[in-house]
Design a protein around this ligand. Structure first.
Ligand code: ZN
Length: 430
């Protein structure tokens, strides 16, 4: 068994910082005998400076190397219907089997890590880590926490059924009042959450609420952030409307999901607090193209929200707000053009909103782990001692950012020093 892997690239994109030419990356493989080296990057730099102990290794030669991609906002609900109310009657084992395809598609697209802001990934990610199926590292929030009648409630279902399903493990949670809010956070921590997700405004897919309406009281928001902070965890807030965004930021929320109605005040607060915006463009762009993918009420909402979201994203980028890329992929619907594996569309959508290709790459690699705050792994950059999660591409994404949206141009995927995809060894997805 080989302890060490060697890779030469014409161009190496480190994730944060400038790309450079004629590079070599050395990593400890999953079989490395030293636990300090196993699955870690041991050397990144120019081939001419390679330490002599590595010069005899036979290298895999590729045009471009870069960090494994990070999606900071996905869901593995295993729901095939675009109507989330179906979640109440979905059997978890069926959800898990569908999600097996979704996680393989995610890895095949070059995504070695995701932040799951709600879904069953919290329960099945152990199977990926144990090697039962190919997929990314999943850093999950468990159940998004919502107030009753909020974005995370299933509005057409009897409330008794909701409570029953939540108790059985449905990854949604309802909490009202400070005490329940604190308990909700503790329950996600108990389940293995790496980040807490709450819903600070209404949403598009939730049937009866308005994306502009604030949800949770400031006291409830503060209680949840304080509880998460005690366990060294960041809180992510689903937040479209201005009032909810500002309330979440004032309570100490560190990542704003969607952020569709940002104002000067909200942008100023984000910068002051060092909060990160995850604008989730793909779900919006795909949503307006496909009325058949959502309920009529939801489609009416997205037509307005999408425009506001793009304008907010542009203004935030212009103002220098820190951004991470997140697709909000969450439906297991293979025939649609909004399915797991399409995560990489976020890169050109970020460029379309005003980022340079290099900024978009940083947002979709190095900034990903930053959305986990103190729980962040050493990942998202090609740096010594970081996780050996990296990919090879046929062309330079700085020159053609759209290459990141084409899984067939991502020729190799390594995760934890193990090669999961290479020419002749595809990740099979049906
Ligand atoms: Zn989402």
């Amino acid at each position: 068994m080989d302890d060490t892997g060697s890779n030469d690239a014409d161009v190496l994109v480190p994730g944060r910082g400038q790309p450079f030419r004629d590079a070599t990356l050395i990593c400890g493989t999953e079989d490395a005998s030293s636990s300090d080296e196993r699955g870690r990057i041991l050397y990144v730099g120019s081939t001419s400076d390679l330490p002599t102990k590595y010069t005899k290794l036979s290298a895999v030669k590729v045009p471009v190397l870069m960090p494994g991609l990070w999606d900071a906002h996905v869901h593995y609900f295993g729901e095939a219907e675009p109507n989330l109310d179906h979640l109440a009657i979905l059997r978890p084992a069926l959800a898990g089997m569908r999600a097996a395809r979704d996680v393989a598609a995610t890895l095949n697209a070059g995504y070695t890590s995701v932040r799951e802001v709600g879904g069953y990934g919290i329960d099945f990610s152990q199977a990926i880590e144990e090697g039962w199926m190919p997929g990314p590292h999943i850093y999950s929030a468990g159940a998004p926490i919502s107030q009753t009648a909020g974005h995370g409630d299933l509005h057409t279902q009897p409330i008794e059924l909701m409570h029953h399903k939540i108790a059985q493990g449905l990854p949604l949670h309802l909490a009202d009042g400070v005490e329940e809010a604190i308990k909700a956070v503790r329950l996600q921590i108990r389940r293995g959450a790496k980040v807490i997700k709450l819903c600070a405004t209404g949403g598009v897919m939730s049937r009866i609420d308005s994306p502009r309406a604030a949800q949770f009281t400031p006291a409830e928001l503060r209680a949840m952030v304080e509880e998460a902070t005690r366990t060294n965890m960041y809180v992510a807030a689903h937040a479209h409307g201005t009032e909810g965004i500002i309330a979440a930021l004032k309570a100490g929320v560190m990542t704003i999901e969607h952020g569709s109605y940002l104002t000067k005040e909200a942008i100023g607060l984000m910068k002051e607090k060092g909060a990160i915006l995850v604008a989730t463009r793909l779900i919006q762009v795909s949503g307006i193209r496909h009325p058949e993918n959502m309920a009529e009420e939801s489609y009416r909402k997205i037509l307005t929200v999408e425009r506001a979201n793009k304008k907010s994203y542009q203004e935030a980028i212009q103002a220098g707000v820190k951004c991470a890329l997140g697709s909000d992929l969450g439906i297991s619907n293979v025939p649609s053009d909004f399915k797991h594996g399409m995560n990489g569309h976020e890169f050109y959508l970020a460029v379309d909103a005003g980022m340079t290709p290099l900024q978009a790459i940083e947002a979709g690699t190095a900034n990903g782990p930053d959305t986990l705050g103190p729980q962040a792994p050493l990942s998202g950059q090609l740096k010594e001692n970081y996780d050996a999660d990296f990919i090879a591409l046929t062309e330079d994404p700085i020159r053609n950012i759209e290459v990141l949206a084409q899984p067939n141009k991502i020729t190799h995927v390594w995760k934890g020093g193990r090669c999961f995809k290479s020419p002749g060894k595809p990740i099979t997805i049906h």
